[in-house]
Design a protein around this ligand. Structure first.
Ligand SMILES: [Zn+2]
Length: 159
């Protein structure tokens, strides 16, 4: 999948709607969005949204620890409470992901959501990848394995 972007994503779960997949950009800068088939309601929208974006970076200007801190700072500033952070190996790269939760209000209604954010720099293509998923909290356990699978099987230097 997505040869033109130089990435490969494993077959996505049937929980996500093929007709709602959005792709834009090119191999150096781009984004793919997946949305679940089922909506919470017409205000909140899909139960789960997963966004994968990537951007070419000068490797000498990239510092993984700082980037992770920046994302945490940025999401904290929009009221995401970070609950866990973990670093592991992704292919030959260091990958960090953090989990969080957020209460958001839309049109007078409160929604509790869970967030998973993964960050990996691919030294083979000099691209920074971020996977950002937001799930309606009540369905978090259903979607978490699917999100982690997207994160773990993302081929950042597929050719
Ligand atoms: Zn890679």
């Amino acid at each position: 999948m997505n040869r033109e972007y130089g990435i490969q994503i494993n077959k996505i779960s049937d929980y996500f709607a093929k007709e709602k997949v959005k792709e834009e950009g090119n191999a150096d800068l781009g984004e793919i969005t997946f949305q679940s088939i089922r909506d919470v309601d017409d205000i909140f929208g899909p139960e789960c949204t997963i966004k994968i974006n990537w951007e070419k970076k000068d490797p000498t200007q990239y510092h993984h620890g700082l980037k992770v801190k920046d994302t945490i700072r940025m999401f904290s500033s929009i009221n995401v409470v970070i609950t866990k952070k973990e670093t592991r190996w992704h292919l030959s790269h260091e990958m960090t992901y953090w989990l969080g939760r957020k209460q958001k209000m839309e049109r007078g209604r409160y929604y509790q959501t869970s967030v998973i954010h993964g960050i990996v720099f691919c030294e083979l293509t000099n691209r920074l990848f971020e996977v950002h998923a937001e799930v309606f909290a009540k369905y978090y356990e259903n979607y978490k394995p699917l999100i982690m699978q997207v994160l773990e099987t993302l081929q950042c230097h597929a050719s």
